[in-house]
Write a protein that binds this ligand. Sequence first.
Ligand code: 2P0
Length: 334
Amino acid sequence: VPGRGSSAHTAEAAPNFALAKYWGKADDAAMVPAVPSLSITLDGPLTRVTVHEIDAAEDEVTLDGEPVDERWRARTRRFLDVARCRARVRGSLRVETTGGVPPAAGLASSAAYFAALARAASETWGLDTGTDAVSDLARRGSVSAARSVPAGFVVLDPDHARGDVLAAHTAFPARHWDLAVLVAVVDPGPKEVGSSDGMKRTRETSPYYPAWVESSRELFERCLRAVEDRDLAGLGAAAESSCTRMHAAALAAEPPLLYLAPATLGIIDAVRRLRSEGTGCFYTVDAGPQVKVVCPEQEVERVREGIRAAGGVHRVLVHRPGGGTARPEASGDH
Ligand code: 2P0
């Protein structure tokens, strides 16, 4: 039962995926990324998080009505401890999550989850609910979650930190560019090594990590310029380099981090073939075998066919830039 008369607060958020990748932290405890990133917040699938204040010693966390595993619960509690500290409250919450994508499959489920939870918890405990404050709080759950709070084409740049506040912001609104994003789901199961552990291992053992960090800002700036100019070929070249350099650094870790599956490479090959035949599109891959393919709206069907023909594709989701956790009346923050 919801706690003594307190009202429920619900927030929704969608995944984002990075064109210029974040991989590695400058500060693990403070959740500060080592590199700037540029992402697209999608218009779905939406993760919906409802929180109630409860009269209990510990937070309760459910996913589609079932208790979540201990790791996810512990991570949620650690995040809520940051919010409790900011709000100077002690109470516990019941956190109910529905919809969205399965956690830990490299589909940015944690980004949507912590973005929505940051907003719902902020509303519950009277914290600042502006985009900057919610994004900064979401980052403490998962760095990429900071980017699911604003809509459209979003920047998270550690050089923009003000003290210990670091928020993502919309660089260009979703309507800036009529792009579609096809998500080729290869394996919806949980990945072997989570992103936080994977990037820590990369930093600590990969001889290519310093080169990755050093070259990331230039790629980030190229991606940002290409988005501004709506230059698909330029964006594809820079975004694919960001993706392959991130994976190269991860592959060179010990033991190696291999997030790419055979079907992942098959889809990448299909994208390159489509492009050589004149279809404007490019790929990117995060910490899992799924492939995101970006193309102009009018190429969606051709790209979908090409991806399907590659084989090993479980399903294809089609989304557009959109999202953000702000309510319509609050969307003027940026
Ligand atoms: C990104 N990824 O920029 C990169 C590219 C995966 C590959 O952000 O440790 O879940 O919680 O900050 O944010 C996934 O990492 O990791 C991610 P934590 P997070 O989208």
